[in-house]
Design a binder for this molecule. Structure first.
Ligand code: F6R
Length: 613
């Protein structure tokens, strides 16, 4: 979603800001803008569309000296919420004096009332945004102290914000604050960079400070002074990012998505490394912070997440029931707090989120904590809000996921869930030998995924036959049902083909009415319990003219013969097989989208991290 960059230091601010915005492009946005202080004036440049358009606009509008002179500024990529993605709605927004500029992520929920009040005092608004209202409110509160003005304004707003503010009246500082929308401050050598996402900071420094909710910071080129909104100083540690700048590059691949699919054997090895104990036949997940007694007393596991992370949770549901004999259920994070979930101290709530910033998942975490459940998270982004608020959990170690469509985070989420289920299973029903066997299965995941990736050229060839269709169905059973949902999600989000995932048995309860000659049905028909029934469902589809692409277990000729096209999945435990199976579908979707000429890494309307409800 929206991205923020702020810079103060010795380099030329406009260039640093535009490069920072480029690093945030993957998050999804539809317009961009920047404001710098030049000659004690605030100057703004904005453009609808991409950061490249903003760069061109600023370079044509501004004198070249401004680029070398300005050493302080703020910038933004906007994902439209209030008003369309036009130049006038793009950030930064100015207050009524034109001397205060603001960039904002999040939503000011009471902006209408604030706007009406300010209009009553003679303020005129140019945009439809909630952000312009906050800019005016800060200006209205400014009686000669920008920090105090921002505090006073933020006390009056309801909703969420990550903001950066500068003022011509107070050159040499940027004020930044957060509530529900992340802000990271990079502490460089004589320069400070503010961003909504560490990837915009990587080029400058590895040393960062994460703001907590209701923190507000006064940032100069060589100091960061953090307080709460009542002006009480707070201490936040400096953390090391530990990320390589090359992690944010494409490394020779045409798209980040393809790079991230191919990286999976290595990411999965990182997610698994050091976490399996073959002596005791269990996993070692210190971050869970649970004693064997606490684990033994658990009555239920509730998995919450959104989108792809929700699908990982659905695989986890099968794993906890199957391996740990533990009642397990998945709930959509967006519904969780509105349905009054019944929770207690014997319930383990696992929040699953690649970004660790998804608004609905964060709200579910807070609700579960409120209700006294045992809460932990599976996040990829270290130091993210959900990881910090849960305080316990397991990091995925997938490395930065830049492509909007999630791939490596999903497979690492499933791998970690399998390790959690193994740990719980060993405390309940698994013998040591069974534990060792399953640990070996988990350990083989990177190699299994590698074998699917080696079929990339074959999958690209298969994909070519499915490019012209506008509808597709994905079907699967047991743990392959969530894989079908995830396969359909991947295809629709990047290729814009209308794709639906169903349990294989559900098709004949309605959707089969949509099958006509040549409709693609992608059937996950691996050799797991229920395969024969899935083959029966495939025959039902073929009888209606559907074209079948099957995922079949290597060497299963009987299944392969039922298909028009097939991709082989290595033979392994049914739960483990979900991972290579999904990788095959990721590659299939990627190639279909590529052949259709789609903008794969930044699909239309989508954002990488959904920080609004
Ligand atoms: C789809 C996708 C989304 C995310 C969802 C949750 O490819 O990436 O469906 O999975 O927005 O995001 P996180 O995992 O960051 O909470």
């Amino acid at each position: 979603m929206c991205g923020i960059v702020g810079y103060i230091g010795k380099a030329d601010a406009p260039t640093v800001l535009i490069n920072g915005l480029r690093r945030l492009e993957y998050r999804g946005y539809d317009s961009a803008g920047l404001a710098v202080l030049d000659d004690e004036r605030v100057v703004v440049s904005k453009a609808p569309g991409k950061v490249a358009a903003l760069n061109e606009r600023a370079r044509s509008e501004w004198p070249a000296e401004r680029f070398s002179r300005a050493s302080l500024g703020i910038a933004h990529t906007r994902w439209a919420t209030h008003g369309p993605p036009t130049e006038v709605n793009a950030h930064p927004h100015l207050d009524h004096s034109g001397e205060v500029a603001l960039v904002h992520n999040g939503i000011i929920e009471n902006y209408r009332a604030l706007r009406a009040r300010l209009e009553g005092k003679g303020h005129h608004f140019y945009s439809e945004t909630d952000t312009e209202v906050l800019a005016h409110l800060i200006g209205e509160c400014d009686k000669g102290n920008l920090f105090q003005a921002v505090c006073d304004a933020l006390h009056q707003v309801e909703g969420t914000f990550g903001i950066a503010v500068l003022s011509a009246r107070e050159p040499g500082r940027i004020i930044t604050a957060r509530r529900g929308s992340p802000i990271v401050i990079g502490v460089g050598d004589g320069e400070t960079i503010i961003a909504s996402d560490a990837s915009a900071i990587l080029a400058h420094t590895q040393r960062v400070i994460y703001l907590d909710d209701n923190d507000i910071a006064i940032v100069t080129a060589d100091s960061v002074d953090i307080r709460d909104l009542n002006n009480i100083p707070v201490t936040r540690e400096i953390a090391e990012l530990g990320l390589d700048e090359s992690a944010a590059e494409k490394g020779g691949y045409d798209h980040f998505m393809l790079k991230e699919i191919h990286e999976q054997p290595e990411c999965l090895a990182n997610a698994i490394r050091g976490r399996l104990d073959f002596n005791i036949g269990s996993s070692v997940l210190a971050g869970m912070g649970t004693s064997p007694r606490e684990l033994a007393e658990l009555g239920r596991v509730v998995l919450v997440g959104c989108g792809t992370s929700l699908h990982a949770g659905l695989v986890g549901e099968y794993a906890f029931e199957d391996l740990a004999d533990l009642h397990s259920e998945v709930q959509q994070a967006a519904e969780f707090r509105y349905r009054n979930p019944i929770l207690g101290s014997r319930d383990l709530v696992v929040a699953i989120s690649q970004s660790g910033e998804t608004a609905d998942t964060l709200a579910a975490v807070r609700e579960a904590k409120q209700k006294g459940a045992f809460v932990m998270s599976l996040c990829n982004v270290v130091g993210s809000t959900i990881a910090r608020e849960t305080g316990r959990g397991v990091y995925l170690h997938a490395g930065p996921e830049i492509s909007v469509a999630s791939t490596k985070a999903f497979t690492c989420q499933v791998a970690v869930l399998l390790m959690m289920a193994l740990k719980l299973g060993r405390g309940r029903r698994f013998s040591r030998e069974e534990g060792i066997r399953f640990a070996q299965e988990i350990n083989s995941i990177p190699m299994l995924v590698e074998r699917v990736i080696r079929q990339d050229a074959h999958i690209a060839g298969v994909a070519a036959s499915y490019v012209a269709n506008e509808h597709a169905f994905f079907i699967g059973r047991g743990p392959m049902y969530p894989v079908a949902l995830e396969g359909a999600l991947k295809l629709k989000e990047i290729s814009y083909i209308h794709a639906e995932g169903y349990h294989a048995a559900e098709l004949k309860h309605g959707p089969i009415a949509l099958l006509t000659e040549g409709t693609p049905v992608i059937a996950i028909a691996c050799d797991i319990p229920g395969k024969d029934k899935t083959l029966g469902n495939i025959e039902e589809c073929k009888a209606r003219g559907a074209r079948i692409l099957g995922l079949v277990t290597e060497g299963d000729h009987e299944a392969a013969e039922c298909m028009d096209d097939f991709i082989s999945i290595p033979r392994c435990h049914p739960l483990v097989a979900t991972i290579p199976a999904v990788v095959a579908l990721q590659l299939f979707s990627y190639h279909v989208a590529r052949l259709r000429g789609c903008e794969i890494d930044q699909p239309r309307n989508l954002a990488k991290s959904v920080t609004v409800e």
